[in-house]
Design a protein around this ligand. Structure first.
Ligand code: G3H
Length: 256
């Protein structure tokens, strides 16, 4: 196939950008499924990209995950951006503390010298609790901040994997499975066509707020995430910049 002619990383990135129909793709060599250093490389590229946005786009919503944590490690710790405000995109406590959006927001702020806003809520609220919570002033304040987001930085996960990682209830797993969910991002689960099939009932940024943010950076790599990346980008905002790796890119282009 024509794939074999795509030897250079730049060609591959360009091809993926066309395929996904998005603003840009930044690609690092190799596959993060096989070496942790590749995930760190994704973090490094994303950190450099982010730094280009800091002066003009100070309100940054961040999600959780190990790829997001890799960005935090790679940000320069020069504390030169006091005007930055990092907002945890979700209140979820379902994940390992190091990978929660709250932890990532505080880590980004620590490195850059900015401030941060966190939200600590369980991942799985009952409908009544959710309705009540949404009326709380503290939650309303977060919702207002989401409305002012200039830049969203988020990971993309495999739906089934994320459901397990968040210790989802049997009821939730059923909805995710029945809905044919393939990918997950900022608490939303998407099917193969990019339709939302389930949303975690916890306070967090709304899909509409992500879509209208002036800038969006998505980070996800590894061959095992190809289907998830493809699913998410079926319906994702076209102005997203994806930072990924060769492993994911080659698999996506083979699948399409
Ligand atoms: O929402 C997606 C997940 O947060 C991605 O997590 O970067 O650890 O795969 P990960």
């Amino acid at each position: 196939s024509f794939m074999h002619k795509l030897t250079g990383i730049a060609d591959l990135a360009d091809c993926l950008k066309q395929q996904l129909g998005i603003l840009d793709v930044v690609l690092v060599p190799l596959d993060s499924d096989k070496a942790i250093s590749v995930k760190n490389q994704i973090g490094k590229e994303a950190a450099r990209l982010l730094e280009q946005h800091f002066a003009a786009q100070p309100n940054v919503a961040v999600t959780g995950g190990s790829t997001m944590a890799a960005i935090a490690k790679e940000l320069k710790g020069e504390k030169t951006y006091p005007a930055l405000r990092f907002i945890a995109a979700r209140g979820g406590l379902g994940e390992d503390v190091l990978h929660q959006a709250n932890t990532i927001a505080s880590a980004f702020a620590g490195k850059t010298g900015g401030s941060f806003k966190t939200l600590y809520l369980p991942d799985h609220l009952s409908e009544e609790a959710y309705t009540m919570m949404m009326k709380e002033p503290l939650i309303r304040e977060m919702m207002d901040l989401y409305e002012q987001t200039d830049l969203v930085v988020h990971g993309i996960g495999n739906a089934q994997e994320m459901a397990v990682r968040r210790q989802s209830t049997a009821e939730e797993v059923e909805k995710i499975t029945e809905g044919g969910a393939v990918s997950e991002a900022f608490g939303y689960y998407f099917d193969a066509e990019g339709n939302v099939v389930y949303r975690i009932r916890s306070a967090g940024i709304q899909l509409e707020q992500v879509q209208k943010a002036p800038a969006i950076i998505a980070v996800a790599g590894g061959r095992s995430k190809a289907m998830a990346i493809l699913s998410y980008f079926k319906n994702a905002p076209k102005h997203t910049v994806l930072v990924t790796d060769e492993g994911a890119a080659r698999e996506i282009l083979e699948l399409t």
